[in-house]
Structures are given as structure tokens and as C-alpha cells.
Design a protein. Sequence first.
Length: 282
Amino acid sequence: MHTVWKGTISMGLVTIPVKLFSAVEDKDLKFRQYHKDCKTPISYKKVASCDDDVTSDEIIKVFETPNGRVVEIKEEEINKLKEEFELKTVSIIDFVKLAEIDPVYFDKTYYIGPDSGGTKAYALLSEILKKSKKIGLAKITIRSKQHLSAIRPYKNAIILETLHFPDEIRAIEGIPGGVPEKAGLSERELQAGMMLVEQLTTTFNPENYTDTYRTALEQLINQKVQSNDYIATEQEQPAAEQKNVVDLMSALQASIDRTKGQATPTKTPAPKKTRAPKKATS
């Protein structure tokens, strides 16, 4: 697992050196976009309204206000704020019951692993959370974004759940058309609904639930691969050139062996006779 964050968790005077690892991974299949005619990937250019191609050093960051005005935020100003808020120590602010937090607040899940020298303190925090049946609330900055977070036990480990801040949760009143209330439900209808819930109630087992759409999509892709249902692209080389290094070396060696003895031997020129130097006359 890749380390997402490294620092310490503090609980009063107890400091725990830890590392953060993403507990979940995206299993969605990623597709690329190709041009239908020439079968090459679609690329995206950064172009300004003046139709000029723009390089990275020509781009500035701005914030557009609700009234349409624009202010520039310089990179050094952002870096200054990062230095102020990207602390490597996460202090537990409060302890609360997990049931008091509505699931709408939960965002991402991370495993917390002990860093060197923090094994005993890590185990202490884990046991405290289990026995108290409470979770710790803290703030943490990950990749330049500050999060409210819940630190809680999970099996024999500790996990950190990032939470949305209250102002990030949209108001129910904003739902188009509003939310209906009981809408004249009869007692009989309510009892029938409750009976259906009882019939479908079971113990939660995550292994019972799979992404059936992704599985079907993987099967479709595998079928095309197995049947060699490929499309020719501009990036591909002719089949004769699609050989790896080992095949290429084998072909070269075979060519050398086959041509041995076929080449016309080159005659070695006879050495020139050297004349003896003339004797000097007196």
C-alpha cells in the first residue's frame, strides 16, 4: 500500500507516530477515447480565448466571485497557507458515539498503521476505542485539503474516516419538487411495508454483494480478447515488426547461421616484396 500521509496522532499527552494508507481502491474499468477514423488517442490542448496554445508557466490560478469578478491567488500565497495548516500532528478534539454521526457525513476510509516506535501507543489507542465504544474526532490535512475525521477501531486495526464539514452537506430543502411526507398512507399499507422489511431482514455479510455490472463488463472484454477481436490502430506496428527482443535476437542469429559459407571469401593480397636497399657508392 502507498503511504498517503505520515505524522502523529496525539491524545492528551500520548503521541502515536502513524502512517495513513487508503483502505479502498477504485475497481471501475477505465476506458480511453480514440478517433473513430484514424484510431488514435484523443488529446486535449489547453487553449485560451485568444486561440493561443497555453503552456503551464502561462497559467495563473484565479477565483471567480458570485458577481463575476476575478481575483488572482498566487502560488506563494497558497504555499504560505499550506505551511500554516498542513501540520503533521493530528490532535483528537472530542470523543463521541459512532451512532451519533449520520452516514451522509462520511467520505473516504484510510487504514492507520503504526510507524517506528509507536506500536505500544497504537495498541493502547485501539483498546481505549474498543472498550469505550467511542470514536475520536480530529482535523487532518491530506493533499492540501483539510478534513474533519473520525478515528475508530476496525477489527484489530484503527481506521480514519474523513468527514464532510456541515456546510458541505446540501440542504434537504434544495431537492427539486420538495420531499413528500406521509402522503396519505393508510395503516394497512404501512403494516404491509413493515412486513416486507421483516421478510428481507438478514445479517449483513459484505461478501454477499458484488458489482455485477463490472463483472459483466470484464467478461465482455475477456470474450473480445479471447476471440482476438482487436481493432488496428495507428500506434500498432505491422505484425512482422511486433516481435520482442528475444525473437529479434533469435531471427538475427538464425540469419547469421544461414548465411555462413555463402559469402564470397575475400582474397588476401600477397605481401609486397621489398627491395634490398642499395649499397652506398664511395
